[in-house]
Design a protein around this ligand. Structure first.
Ligand SMILES: Cc1cc2nc3c(=O)[nH]c(=O)nc-3n(C[C@H](O)[C@H](O)[C@H](O)COP(=O)(O)OP(=O)(O)OC[C@H]3O[C@@H](n4cnc5c(N)ncnc54)[C@H](O)[C@@H]3O)c2cc1C
Length: 274
């Protein structure tokens, strides 16, 4: 059987991977870029893909500022102590100040959150975690992403990102294949958001233990020569023994690596060119 090559051209924003990070990125991209062509390429099916589709029972990190529970600076203090000082406080603060509004939006979209009948505040397990009906989490965020994107390509495993031939340090798109049909897909895009899953339990394969992540994000971008500068919130200790690190994980782990500026491109690893 001959495989087809399918080209999707003139994309403004390509989102590779549509777990919680990618669906959010697509929604946010549409919010800021009403007239942009936004395309999603997802290895599985967006309705049930990614770690969050496993039916989580909680949102690991919620400040509860509107209920007078915590402020972002409390969370930075918690993260600093928990990570023995090895934390970028500006990033932790930035995450913490946005997390509540994201949760409120999920509730508006229909995610059931358990509430304390007396206070009306979200029901908690521990200081940072709130309880949800996790089974419906991914279909709800997937719906928002599908409405935001011009096209969603399911079953496309992105294998390489492409660099622009004529402009230095400029992304040009990505290629991959359909895991069902074997067809080859070329996405030509001005911008690429790689949200294919960060890294945690990095010394262990995904199949071992709870919470391990495949670090596909890193695999894709390292080939372009980007140095993966920071694996914030790494979950293992150097001896390889995993330990549950608690509530900040969900948000900080999303998209787990912080990428440096283009001038940090590794000179000996030029990306594939088109
Ligand atoms: C077992 C488990 C329990 C958890 N429990 C909780 C919890 O209770 N509360 C909480 O807040 N957090 C929890 N987390 C963490 C939370 O689910 C994750 O941090 C979050 O879902 C990560 O989202 P993501 O989009 O960064 O990555 P992912 O969910 O990994 O999404 C990556 C997406 O990219 C796709 N993809 C991968 N490679 C490619 C490729 N090459 N081409 C195209 N697409 C690709 C994948 O199919 C997937 O859809 C849990 C995680 C796990 C694994």
């Amino acid at each position: 059987m001959a495989y087809e090559t399918i080209v999707e051209d003139n994309i403004d924003i390509l989102v590779c991977g549509a777990g919680l990070g990618g669906t959010g990125a697509a929604w946010e991209a549409r919010y800021w870029g009403q007239d942009k062509k936004i395309v999603i390429a997802e290895k599985a099916n967006i309705d049930r893909s990614g770690a969050v589709a496993q039916g989580l029972y909680a949102i690991n990190c919620y400040m509860g500022t509107r209920f007078g529970e915590n402020n972002p600076e409390d969370h930075v203090r918690y993260a600093r102590i928990d990570l023995m000082g090895m934390v970028r406080e500006d990033l932790a603060f930035d995450m913490a100040r946005h997390v509540d509004s994201a949760v409120h939006q999920f509730e508006e979209w229909g995610l059931p959150l358990m509430r304390d009948p007396k206070t009306g505040a979200y029901q908690r397990e521990g200081r940072w975690q709130i309880m949800i009906h996790g089974e419906s989490y991914k279909p709800i965020v997937a719906e928002a992403a599908k409405k935001s994107a011009d096209k969603v390509f399911n079953r496309i495993c992105v294998t390489h990102l492409l660099m622009d031939e004529s402009k230095e340090n400029r992304i040009a798109g990505a290629v991959g294949f359909n895991v069902r049909t074997g067809n080859y897909h070329v996405f030509k895009s001005k911008t690429v958001i790689v949200a294919a899953g960060g890294a945690s339990n990095i010394y262990k394969p995904r199949s071992v233990g709870e919470g391990a992540r495949s670090r596909v994000v890193c695999a894709l971008v390292i080939r372009l020569g980007l140095r993966v500068a920071d694996q914030r919130r790494r979950q293992d200790d150097p001896d390889g023994e995993p330990h549950r690190t608690g509530p900040v994980q969900g948000r900080l782990r999303s998209g787990g690596c912080i990428l440096p500026a283009p001038q940090d491109l590794h000179p000996e690893l030029p990306g594939r060119r088109v």
